[in-house]
Design a protein around this ligand. Structure first.
Ligand SMILES: NC(=O)c1ccc[n+]([C@@H]2O[C@H](COP(=O)([O-])OP(=O)(O)OC[C@H]3O[C@@H](n4cnc5c(N)ncnc54)[C@H](OP(=O)(O)O)[C@@H]3O)[C@@H](O)[C@H]2O)c1
Length: 342
């Protein structure tokens, strides 16, 4: 069974009088800095010279300091920048951190797989919100919160657990629940989840389903509408009611077909593929390939623009389908709709 810390079980007292320095002002950093400040904690934002993040930080009434000044001032340094940058940034700042300071992360990748070995006198903890920064901030502002995974990697002062839980409370996550875990479990499960299911698995399945229909001559936009656009309805159902809720909500025909497809996929090598992905993560092989690519800085990291013809066709169908929904939302008359693309 997991241990979950609720809001009333955790105190912010450990953070009072301490200076929390947030490194970066991106997705997680902005949300965490704002939530902590709104919780009454002293927060400073630290950024590199000529950082494009200075403007948004200033707009939010922070006065960004340099990374070096941030490290010198920090009682708690939250390293909220891309994981592949952690080792080099930490190495530059480590000599400036005061003895007994604390170091916080939002993902365990660099600690478990990135070779980041914090100085022995530091408290090191993880508070990993289960969701993007925009959602963390939106939930906080509406008086609720999203859960976070919380763990301690190194308890040098004896106070790391208290600091980790207080940080989770400061960013609003104990309102939903702080789930106690280990840094390794968080790192492995997060990587596996995004590769196997949330990102890799879902995109592979929707595009394979779409292509199967299109290859047999069915209209691309109808294929997109069915296999991609409607996915949200299933995901919402799973999210709100779980697999059993999904089974109750869908038609008998859908349920019958779903069972047959599940059995067919189970007979394929799906489980083997997933098991090999997990072993690849656990062994550190995935991290080594990723870090090698980061070090080389080559085209293999330019993945956002590395799009195949098939993906372009899927994207083009998506644009047509989404424009229909946008027009529908705007209440445009039917005559205002675009003609069906070829
Ligand atoms: N995104 C999520 O939904 C999410 C969810 C849970 C946990 N996390 C974890 O949160 C951490 C941050 O992820 P993120 O997605 O929030 O990152 P992000 O938005 O990509 O971070 C961008 C910020 O990092 C700064 N930065 C980049 N490289 C830097 C460097 N070498 N030195 C100093 N600052 C640098 C950028 O500053 P410039 O303006 O100077 O470029 C910018 O302010 C990661 O550990 C991630 O795994 C993310």
């Amino acid at each position: 069974m997991i241990s979950v810390f609720s809001d009333d079980a955790v105190s912010l007292a450990a953070l009072r009088g301490l200076r929390v320095v947030v490194v970066g002002y991106g997705n997680q950093a902005r949300a965490q800095a704002l939530n902590l400040r709104d919780s009454g904690i002293s927060v400073t934002v630290a950024l590199r010279p000529r950082s494009p993040s200075r403007a948004p930080a200033r707009r939010d009434r922070f006065a960004p300091v340099s990374l070096r000044d941030g490290a010198r001032q920090a009682d708690i340094l939250l390293l909220l920048i891309p994981d592949e940058r952690h080792p080099e940034v930490y190495a530059a700042l480590e000599p400036l951190l005061r003895p007994g300071a604390a170091l916080g992360f939002a993902h365990g990748f660099s600690l478990v797989f990135g070779g980041l070995r914090p100085r022995a006198d530091l408290d090191v903890f993880l508070v990993a919100p289960v969701g993007p920064g925009t959602e963390l901030r939106r939930a906080f502002e509406s008086g609720s919160g999203i859960p976070a995974l919380v763990a301690v990697a190194q308890d040098a002062t004896g106070g790391a657990t208290t600091l980790a839980l207080a940080t989770a409370k400061g960013i609003g996550c104990t309102r939903a629940g702080a789930v106690w875990t280990t840094v390794r479990d968080e790192a492995v499960i997060d990587l596996f989840g995004e590769q196997a299911c949330l990102c890799g698995g879902v995109t592979a399945l929707v595009s394979a389903s779409y292509r199967t229909l299109v290859a047999r001559g069915y209209p691309a936009e109808l294929a997109y509408l069915e296999c991609v656009q409607q996915l949200k309805l299933t995901v919402d159902l799973l999210n709100e009611r779980g697999p059993e809720g999904l089974r109750e909500a869908i038609s008998t025909t859908a349920l019958f077909g779903m069972r047959e497809t599940e059995r067919a996929l189970a007979r394929s090598d799906l489980a083997g593929v997933l098991r090999r992905r997990l072993q690849d993560i656990e062994s550190g092989a995935f991290a080594r390939r990723f870090q090698g690519a980061v070090r080389r800085g080559g085209p293999e990291l330019n993945l956002r623009h590395d799009v195949s013809d098939k993906e372009r066709e899927l994207a083009s169908s998506g644009r047509v389908v989404r424009s229909l929904f946008l027009r529908g939302k705007a209440g445009l008359p039917r005559s205002g709709r675009s003609r069906k693309s070829s």
